[in-house]
Design a protein around this ligand. Structure first.
Ligand SMILES: [Zn+2]
Length: 774
């Protein structure tokens, strides 16, 4: 509601705006860049309010503002619910501007990749000593000396330098081509993780922060500093620093064990070198370029490893069931003995720690910090979705069973009337190829890596108002790696850099992921540090006869992970703790999932494809089929995601759940396809030890938001619409974790999020909505 307009001595405009409690806190701040607050809660409404509105008074704050520039778009008659959005749209922290232009920027890349194993060891020790020194200083000061500078700022500053140095030491474990460096880096990670636990359990530091909170006047801190303060106290309580010393000691020792176990769990998987030898006949159905890329054994058999670029194509295309069975079984038996033992210990220790902290289950402990809040909310979400998807899954299963029957008859194989785990991907792929008639082998010829990269980078640059520049001759950790610098197109200012490390090699991290390496935040001297991230993936390698040709799902992964890179680079938080993807874990996937939509839309697809030999565009017909095939196997694919999410929830809500048994039970119950006897999928489930404990549901949960954002804005206003892209950059990417996800979403959507677009995208009916047209 806007009631009074007048020019003031401040050359501003006085206005009354109603701000709901869910709005970003800095909009209520007295030193917000767009406005100055005159007073809080006007004593009485400036004009009589209709009865219905009066009931909302509790949730609305009414502010009088002096706006620093006239609100050209501000419509005096606009509805109160919108008026704060208009105000927000003028606020650089919310929308409009995407850069923190008030702060000088430091474009230095502080990272280095030339350390020897020995240097890693020495520097780890030094880093621990230097950082501990700061904590000691903060923790030993007299209470009367405690100030913002001596406590919060000191901790924030050391966090910036520590994060960068830590990444230099622990990132090589995932990517270094040298085994001794990987081992030294893993050792460094273990030492630093133990040190992290020590520092997180510093009661002396915690007590000074609590003291500061009691002492400091709330309005004297900038909103993000206030959030930082509150977060540190929350984290302190979540570590039990308010509990008796004895309990704290127990928690500390559990935390240390947990971090070591997690490192070992994933290291075992990364370092797994299992391979299976097969003859060419046993690999029937796989394309020539795939077979030619395989190494040979001494007796001239072909080596199939269990890395993604071997595993997925084989399960999809090999028409010899016995080969698929062997590979699927080996894949789900990776590190079975050692990781099974680790997992058992992990789950028990997590439950013990959560109980010491007063939580019923580990899931409840974890979820307190997420959008979902409780394990009950997660269970309801997953159960309802499973229920809705069940009929679709049954239909799809019947279809693939028919395909299997037909194939068995064609190839003269015995038909056992069942779908096995090793049949799933094979027949799901057949559904795409026969029902949707998408020939993946033909399609990939249009996705050479270079063309995809050029198209993808082009789309991101245009959409988000950025320019990328390849840095020739940059120092990197392997010859495959490229480094790009990123500028804001409008101002020309460098905002960050990213590394692309796209092909598999021995000992390298086995999945696709984005690693934040240098947080974009303020440094000790107040200058802004540029953000640097690395995208690490395992895409199909070039062969002597063909360049790297990407499967369409690899293109999707590329878009997804690059979305995380953009999140890291575009955020303009003040504190490292809120930089980049440091948002709620069940929201963190939403920004990159939203950007996956571009690989299912005609215009972007054409921009990132070209036949590797003829240079021709993807034929219209193939393109249409591909886009339609997005609906293929939705039921089974999502039911499998629910199985994984529920295994994760079960392990972290029940005591004594047997991982392999629980997985087998859920596969049968929800997916209707049994797990292969003797396998132990949870022992290979890296997420359980990779920071996603009790949070795997987040992939589906955040899809609700990603679909809502895409359909509400981009699909309506144009998928390559620059204005929406910039809104997206400023409202969703820019804040990092400095705002609650719910507030960012509200700002971008102009309303609270809804589930409709998500359900429609899964092929489900929503009352009052049309099915999606694709
Ligand atoms: Zn992701």
């Amino acid at each position: 509601m806007s009631t009074a307009w007048c020019q003031t001595a401040f050359h501003g405009v006085v206005s009354v705006v109603e701000v709901p409690r869910g709005a970003p806190t800095h909009l209520r701040d007295n030193r917000a860049p767009t406005h100055r607050r005159l007073r809080l809660r006007t004593a009485a409404p400036l004009r009589p309010r209709p009865r219905a509105r009066r009931t909302r008074r509790r949730t609305l704050l009414r502010f009088v503002f002096i706006l620093r520039r006239p609100l050209g778009r501000f419509d005096p008659e606009c509805r109160p619910a919108q008026s704060w959005l208009v105000l927000a749209s003028l606020c650089p922290a919310c929308a409009g501007d995407v850069l923190d232009t008030a702060t000088p920027c430091s474009v230095v890349n502080y990272l280095r990749w030339d350390l020897s194993a020995q240097q890693i060891e020495v520097l780890t020790k030094e880093l621990i000593e230097q950082t501990k020194h700061v904590y000691d200083k903060v923790g030993s000061q007299k209470f009367e000396d405690v100030s913002y500078e001596s406590t919060l700022k000191a901790l924030a500053d050391v966090e910036v330098s520590y994060t960068v140095q830590r990444n230099i030491l622990d990132f090589p474990q995932h990517v270094s081509p040298a085994k001794d460096i990987r081992s030294a880096s893993t050792e460094a990670d273990k030492k630093l993780s133990e040190f992290d636990v020590e520092m997180s359990m510093r009661q002396d530091v915690y007590q000074r922060i609590v003291w500061l909170q009691e002492k400091v006047e709330k309005d004297s801190l900038r909103p993000e500093a206030q959030r930082y303060l509150e977060r540190l106290i929350k984290l302190g309580r979540r570590n039990g620093l308010h509990l008796p010393k004895e309990t704290q000691e127990k928690i500390k020792s559990i935390k240390k064990k947990l971090s070591l176990l997690c490192i070992d769990f994933n290291k075992n998987l990364n370092e797994d070198t299992t391979f299976l030898p097969f003859t060419r006949e046993e690999l029937g159905g796989l394309p020539e370029d795939f077979l030619n890329s395989l190494e040979k054994t001494v007796d001239d058999k072909l080596k199939v490893t269990l890395k993604y670029p071997h595993y997925f194509p084989l399960l999809k295309k090999c028409h010899v069931p016995e080969t698929r069975r062997k590979v699927e079984e080996a894949f789900n038996c990776r590190c079975k003995e050692e990781n099974c033992a680790i997992l058992k210990e992990l789950v028990a220790l997590r439950a013990q720690k959560s109980s010491l902290l007063g939580f019923r289950t580990h899931a409840d402990y974890v979820l307190e910090m997420n959008m979902a809040k409780t394990s009950q909310a997660v269970a309801t979400f997953l159960d309802e979705l499973a229920q809705k998807l069940k009929p679709l899954g049954e239909q799809e299963r019947a279809v693939i069973l028919e395909l299997k029957k037909a194939e068995c008859a064609r190839r003269g194989l015995a038909f056992d009337g069942r779908i096995h785990a090793w049949d799933m991907r094979y027949y799901m792929n057949q559904v795409e190829e026969t029902r949707f008639r998408v020939d993946q082998n033909l399609l990939k010829e249009y996705f050479p890596m270079q063309v995809v990269t050029r198209g993808l980078l082009g789309i991101y640059q245009e959409l988000l108002g950025l320019t990328f520049h390849l840095e020739e001759g940059a120092t990197v950790w392997h010859e495959d790696v490229r480094l790009y610098s990123v500028r804001d197109a409008a101002s020309g200012e460098v905002i960050g850099k990213f590394y692309l490390d796209l092909y598999p090699r021995e000992g390298k991290y086995g999945h696709a992921a984005c690693f934040g390496l240098q947080p974009g935040c303020l440094r000790q001297d107040g200058s802004r540090q540029i953000a640097i991230a690395a995208m690490v993936a395992n895409f199909t390698k070039p062969t002597p006869d063909a360049p790297s040709l990407l499967q369409h799902d690899e293109v999707e992964t590329y878009f997804h992970e690059f979305g995380h890179v953009m999140h890291q680079l575009c955020s303009q938080a003040e504190f490292a703790m809120f930089s980049g993807t440091h948002v709620e874990r069940d929201f963190v996937e939403a920004p990159s999932q939203m950007l996956e939509n571009w690989v299912w839309e005609k215009e972007p697809l054409l921009r990132m494809s070209q036949h590797y030999r003829t240079g021709s565009a993807v034929p219209q017909e193939l393109l249409d089929k591909l886009i339609k095939s997005r609906q293929a196997n939705t039921g089974l694919f999502n039911l499998r995601q629910i199985v994984l999410a529920k295994v994760d929830q079960a392990l972290h809500t029940q005591t004594d759940a047997d991982p392999a048994k629980e997985y087998a039970r859920l596969c049968q119950e929800i997916l209707g396809v049994p797990a292969t006897p003797g396998t132990n999928m949870p022992a290979t489930f890296g997420h359980l030890a990779g920071g996603y404990d009790a949070q795997y549901y987040g992939y589906l949960w955040s899809e609700v938001y990603s679909m809502d954002m895409f359909h509400t804005r981009f699909k309506q206003e144009g998928v390559l619409n620059r204005k929406v892209g910039m809104d997206y950059r400023s409202t969703i990417l820019r804040p990092g974790g400095s705002e609650d996800a719910s507030a960012m979403l509200k700002l971008f959507l102009g309303r609270d999020p809804r589930q409709d677009a998500f359900l429609l995208s899964k092929g489900l009916q929503v009352e009052g909505s049309e099915p999606p047209s694709c």
